[in-house]
Design a protein. Structure first.
Lengths: 314, 668
């Protein structure tokens, strides 16, 4: 499967990847590991050459979804990313190019594969249990320090996007992205300003008894504030900006509009739909539950933009 | 729902008074707190009317009727079910450590629910009960099959149950680690939350609890006879196997229904019977009466207190039971009469083998395996042998992992051998000693108090936790003559506390779950060259020191009185051996997490291979321990490339079935 992905890659990638795909089949063709390594050395030289030309990293490896989202929205295609399937279900946008390789789980990226891929830059995020210093031996690293408690997520996303843009030699793209997202948000605010705005409550549902509610300190909170909307959930949250509570607590939001993030497992949906408690919550009773597609709650500017746009469509 | 103990109508007996107090005090406190909370929600004069005809447009009535009231009832109901389950299991297995976890029921039910949630969610559309019952029954049946050949000897059964629990829970963790974001529902459910959504759970659970109570009282007399040995029981006209089967089935049904309706509520099934026994319930009838009541009132109070906890996220009740219950049991341990566990010599046939030759062969195999796991691997291009010239390229990646696995495997095996010989209890293992658990508590404390993951701080916390546990164990040991059983019980408490703190952390939705799951399942991923050096040096040092204790280790399994008769200074021997076991267990936990499989398995495997005496068994199990972890680490790196499976998890997952086959073979 990964052979396909590779042939669609571009530029010098293609050169190295063709050689590597041959070596993948090479066990039968009698091509040894040494040849494979030779091919990789060539690829590495090619990579260096291209780096020397532009002076910026182009082969980047992403260890988790948030930094991948940032890199991709700056117009760069990462070599590899951890947990591709998860990204497609929970982050969704921006789209993954089919050339991107799976690097294993987000908690244990495959180091042997990482070394083989010869990245110029490794990106990760704060809080996944990986030490930045463990990866310095492979390539320079870029770490997104979201949710370290120093800044509000949206402002931090802007700052980090600019920082990554500078490292990748894509400062113009970064400025454009920051500008575009600000624009989108402003536009959505204008759009929504016409409607009577009632408080919103953003939740994820994982079972039929609990919800995860996003409040102070979350990216969603920042967007709601920028949109001039009120978050109905004003209670305390954890460092990641949410709290997990029993669904009966949703009574406290009154008849606020409930925004529920996909995906909700089907069997959970069935049980929730049958629940008398759920169906009689003030927010549900008045028919104000809106389901929106998946948005990565811990994402960066792209997630913020996606969230604002999805709200505009409701 | 709480049935007030009218059977305590004779306060003349101080025993009954104690028992009544045990049940009534928590129940009274819970009742007051519940009244205050409910009255705050909805004035009490509206309760009945609200129950009869709920005004659904009134949020307070809605919560009262569909959330608060169901929760008020579910807590004592679950508590009673667990108290009953624990009593039955402890009677049948003649072991005060028995609870649904020990016989593999909970793990089987949980695994079934995990698989169904991740791969066949349509099966859950009507509820989890049947999936849980199927899983719990299958694993308990396997335990039965394994134990059958030894006519259900309690020790065999506990070992079999432990093996299957380890296997199932490692399979569950593996599936959840591979489907991380998809497992959120499972994380919450696993932590044992009593939050209710309508009265469904109560109506599903109630008939089973009532049926279980009736059935167990009907089985009272045959159950009593199980206290005798099987020949005497048969001569009295009872059929011990049938009694065991049917009473175990009651326990299985009850515990799987609890697992299905609210998740795993730890500790109540263990604590309730233990507490009533300590308060003076001697006869089985007394215990069957009082343990469910004690379970009910304790869980009710716990659940009430949990709802008052001032945290932004819910504290699951199942977690809190362990937090409140475990220290309580630790305190009560002082009162426990020793020799509660009937340590029976296991019936391993003594074979005469040339242990030196065999040990030499095993060492050769270990070296061969070490070379293979280092040279043969997998890359994006497929499987390949490393060319000698490329060795340096991968040395820093494969070397520390392999050597750390080797060293920790050896350390855990040695610790396990020491503990099993010291206590005469076949289920003794480093994890049971509580040292791994203590280290885990330390790590979790750091994670709860800080954000992010700081490796050196984690390391320090783990060391502090392990040492504190060790110190506590030694302190308790000195209080009243060193009782090995009490050590085990204390160890189980600590292990339970640590796993439930982990559960609350996981259920809280913290993004560091990945790290925690990986560490707790025994991953060598983060092993540094320094780790490898420490692991190997400690293992070698131990191998040099432990033979000095050979005489003790050969004598201690014969039992305390024989050992004293042979002139062994028991307290001294115990303290030294305890240190020798705790240090490597602590270091292994620091290096690659609280592995539990190797320390239990390796000594057994060594015995199965014919290494009977202390020294040969120690060396053989060290080699086996190393082999297991090194192979597991290699498989974990390659099997699902580029993803990885933590070595400890794989060892438990692959080694469990193998061990079961060995048990079956040995039976013939």
């Amino acid at each position: 499967m990964f052979l396909w992905r590779r042939t669609e890659a571009d530029g010098f990638h293609e050169v190295s990847l063709v050689i590597r795909s041959v070596s993948a089949r090479g066990i039968s063709a009698g091509i040894t590991r040494r040849v494979c390594l030779g091919g990789m050395a060539f690829a590495w030289l090619a990579g260096n050459a291209s780096r020397a030309q532009t002076g910026t990293p182009e082969r980047i490896a992403c260890l988790e979804w948030t930094s991948a989202e940032m890199a991709i929205s700056l117009g760069l295609v990462p070599l590899c990313l951890c947990d591709l399937r998860g990204y497609e279900d929970w982050v969704v946008a921006p789209d993954l190019a089919s050339s991107i390789l799976d690097l294993g789980s987000r908690s244990e990226p495959n180091l042997e594969m990482l070394r083989d891929l010869q990245p110029h830059l490794i990106t990760g995020a704060y809080g996944y249990g990986l030490e930045e210093s463990d990866f310095k031996r492979f390539a320079p690293t870029f770490n997104v320090p979201f949710y370290d408690g120093t800044m509000a997520p949206y402002a931090q996303a802007q700052k980090e996007t600019r920082r990554l843009g500078a490292i990748l030699g894509r400062s113009a793209e970064a400025e454009a992205l920051v500008f575009r997202v600000e624009n989108t948000v402003a536009h959505v605010r204008e759009q929504m300003g016409n409607r009577a705005t009632r408080p919103l409550c953003i939740v994820s549902m994982f079972d039929d008894r609990h919800v995860r509610v996003y409040g102070a300190g979350s990216l969603f909170q920042d967007i709601l504030s920028k949109l001039g909307l009120t978050n109905a959930w004003t209670k305390e949250t954890n460092t990641w900006g949410f709290s997990s509570v029993g669904i009966e607590e949703l009574v406290s939001i009154g008849d606020a509009t409930l925004i529920s993030l996909d995906p909700i497992p089907k069997h959970v949906k069935i049980r929730i739909d049958q629940s008398t408690l759920w169906n009689n919550l003030p927010c549900v009773r008045n028919g104000k539950v809106i389901t929106i597609p998946a948005v990565w709650p811990f994402g960066g500017l792209a997630a913020a933009e996606r969230f604002a746009s999805l709200l505009a469509m409701t | 729902m709480i049935r007030l103990p009218h059977s305590s109508a004779h306060p003349a007996s101080s025993r009954n008074r104690n028992l009544a107090l045990l049940v009534l005090l928590p129940a009274l406190l819970a009742a007051i707190l519940s009244y205050v909370a409910l009255n705050h929600l909805l004035p009490s004069d509206q309760w009945w009317q609200s129950f009869r005809a709920t005004d659904l447009t009134d949020p307070n009535q809605l919560i009262f009727r569909y959330s608060a009231l169901p929760r008020l009832f579910i807590a004592p109901l679950v508590g009673a079910a667990l108290g009953l389950t624990g009593t039955i299991l402890q009677q049948v297995l003649r072991n005060p450590l028995a609870e649904p976890t020990t016989v593999g029921t909970n793990a089987g039910a949980s695994l079934a629910i995990v698989i169904a949630t991740l791969y066949a969610p349509w099966m859950l559309e009507t509820g989890r009960e049947w999936v849980a019952l199927a899983g719990g029954t299958v694993t308990t049946a396997i335990v039965f099959m394994l134990a059958k050949g030894r006519s259900f000897s309690p020790v065999t059964m506990i070992i079999a149950g432990l093996i299957i629990s380890l296997t199932c829970s490692s399979a569950s963790s593996l599936l959840m680690a591979l489907n991380r974001e998809y497992s959120e529902e499972l994380f919450i459910w696993q932590s044992g939350s009593l939050v209710q959504n309508g009265g469904d759970a109560i109506f599903k659970l109630l008939p089973w609890v009532v049926g279980g109570l009736l059935a167990s009282f009907a089985l009272l007399r045959p159950l009593l006879l199980l206290e005798l040995d099987d020949e005497s029981t048969q001569s009295l006209g009872s059929r011990p196997t049938l009694v065991r089967l049917s009473s175990m089935f009651i326990a299985v049904v009850l515990s799987t229904m609890v697992v299905a309706s609210v998740g795993v509520i730890s500790f109540i099934a263990l604590a309730a019977p233990a507490v009533v026994r300590m308060c003076g319930a001697r006869t089985l009838r007394q215990r069957l009466t009082w343990a469910p009541l004690a379970g009910a009132s304790l869980l009710w109070l716990t659940d009430r207190l949990v709802q008052m906890a001032p945290f932004p996220s819910e504290v699951p009740t199942g977690t809190a039971t362990a937090l409140f219950g475990a220290p309580l049991l630790l305190l009560l341990l002082i009162k426990l009469r020793p020799a509660a566990i009937t340590a029976r010599p296991s019936h391993v046939s003594v074979r005469t083998v040339n242990t030196r030759l065999r040990l030499g062969m095993m060492l050769g195999l270990l070296i061969l395996v070490l070379v293979v796991v280092f040279m043969f691997g997998r890359s994006a291009g497929g499987w390949y042998w490393l060319q000698p010239s490329d060795v340096s390229n991968l040395l820093d990646l494969r070397g520390p992992r392999t050597l750390t696995a080797l060293g920790t495997g050896m350390m855990l095996a040695l610790a396990g051998t020491l503990m099993q010989r010291m206590t005469g209890n076949a289920m003794a293992a480093p994890e049971v000693l509580g040292v791994s658990g203590g280290a885990t508590v330390g790590v979790l404390a750091v994670m709860l108090l800080t954000s992010g993951v700081n490796r050196s701080l984690t390391f320090t916390a783990a060391a502090a936790g392990a040492l504190a546990t060790l110190f506590m164990l030694l302190f308790f040991g000195r209080q009243k003559r060193f009782s090995a059983d009490r050590q085990l019980l204390a160890g189980v408490c600590i292990a339970t506390i640590s796993s439930s703190i982990a559960a609350v952390f996981i259920a809280g939705g913290d993004q560091r779950i990945d790290f925690l799951l990986a560490w707790m399942s025994g991953s060598t991923y983060h092993a540094s060259p320094m780790d490898a050096v420490v692991a190997i040096i400690t293992a070698v040092l131990l191998l040099a020191i432990i033979p000095l204790t050979a005489r003790w280790l050969d004598i201690l399994p014969l039992g305390g009185s024989s050992a004293r008769a042979l002139g062994v200074n028991l307290p001294l021997a115990h303290v030294i051996l305890m240190l020798l076991a705790a240090i490597p267990a602590g270091i292994a936990t620091l290096l690659i997490g609280p592995l539990s499989f190797v320390g239990l398995m390796a000594p057994h495997l060594a015995r199965f291979l014919g290494f009977q005496r202390a020294i040969p068994q120690l060396f053989a199990s060290a080699v086996i321990g190393g082999l297991i972890l090194v192979s597991a680490d290699w498989m974990g790196r390659t099997l699902i490339f580029p993803w990885q499976i933590p070595a400890g998890l794989l060892a438990a997952f692959a080694g469990g079935p193998y061990f079961m086959v060995l048990m079956l073979k040995d039976r013939r």
